[in-house]
Ligand binder design. Structure first.
Ligand code: ZN
Length: 280
């Protein structure tokens, strides 16, 4: 029996909000998204299964939980692994609004008087404040023109995991039961590996490098270039990639302390299981 013949179908969850992606569908491979005519995507509230999926720590860590929930709640998104990094926060905030409403309680400690208080933030204004980085920017270096793009969720997630693993390896070295000379060797190898990972992550943020003779888009050529270019240019590219990533992050919320009236910025972090816990 097909799903469409189910008389209960009209009582299934309905779109609760509509979202315009910061990327407006740019940087998405065509097959990964069904863009609507008015460029707004319907967002459904989470099902009970979505909620359970999102709370499975392993699935959350490897990114699969986030992907499953996104594809369940925003059916227009066919493959969320291809989602450009600039859309991640907007998508997660929209799903949270669709599922639990726009109010979200956060606890915040005033840096001046150390009073901890509960605040309710309006996720609609968080959503509105999300800006798309300007990827028309070109970095010029001598005869080279370097164009950038956001890394996909998949590339970002893999890079984060590998970095995490390598940092854990490094932390384990001092206590390991091997001679000091071996420890130093291991440490150097791990640091070299982290540099490699940085290059790896950077190459996915470069759209193309134009020379007077060629336009290079192949990631293996770009990777080779990054490991062989001078350190000054490498630093410029890295700083630009970091700047793009910071622009995609959520703006901190302006807080006023109830106790001492101190005004300060409170960061909002979506990258945690608690983000998808019901308000009540
Ligand atoms: Zn205070």
């Amino acid at each position: 029996m097909s799903q469409t013949s189910n008389p209960l179908r009209q009582f299934f969850r309905q779109p609760a909000v509509y979202i315009k992606l910061p990327s407006d569908g740019q940087f998405w491979p065509e097959k990964s998204i069904n863009m609507t005519e008015n460029r707004e995507l319907p967002v459904l509230p989470m099902t009970a299964i979505d909620e359970i999926t999102y709370r499975t720590p392993d699935a959350l860590f490897n990114g699969q939980a986030v992907i499953s929930v996104i594809q369940s709640c925003i059916p227009a998104i066919k493959n969320a692994w291809d989602m450009p990094g600039m859309d991640t926060n907007a998508v997660l905030v929209a799903i949270r609004i669709a599922s639990y409403g726009h109010g979200m309680g956060i606890s915040s400690t005033c840096p001046a008087c150390k009073t901890e208080q509960e605040y309710e933030i309006d996720l609609r204004s968080v959503l509105e404040s999300i800006q798309a980085p300007d990827y028309t920017f070109i970095l010029t270096h001598g005869d080279l023109e370097i164009a950038f793009k956001p890394a996909s969720y998949q590339h970002q997630n893999t890079a984060n995991q590998l970095q995490f693993d390598e940092q854990r390896n490094i932390r384990a070295i001092p206590d390991s039961d091997i001679p000091d000379s071996e420890k130093i060797k291991k440490l150097n190898a791990a640091l070299a590996r982290i540099t490699e990972l940085t290059v790896d992550a950077m190459k996915f943020n470069i759209a193309s490098i134009r020379t007077p003779q060629a336009l290079v888009t192949e990631s293996e050529y770009i990777q080779e270039f990054l490991t062989n270019c001078d350190r000054k240019l490498f630093g410029q590219i890295r700083d630009r990639v970091i700047a793009f990533r910071l622009q995609s992050e959520l703006a901190p919320i302006k807080m006023v302390c109830d106790n001492c009236a101190n005004e300060y910025d409170q960061g909002v972090n979506l990258d945690q299981t608690s983000f998808f816990e019901a308000a009540s």
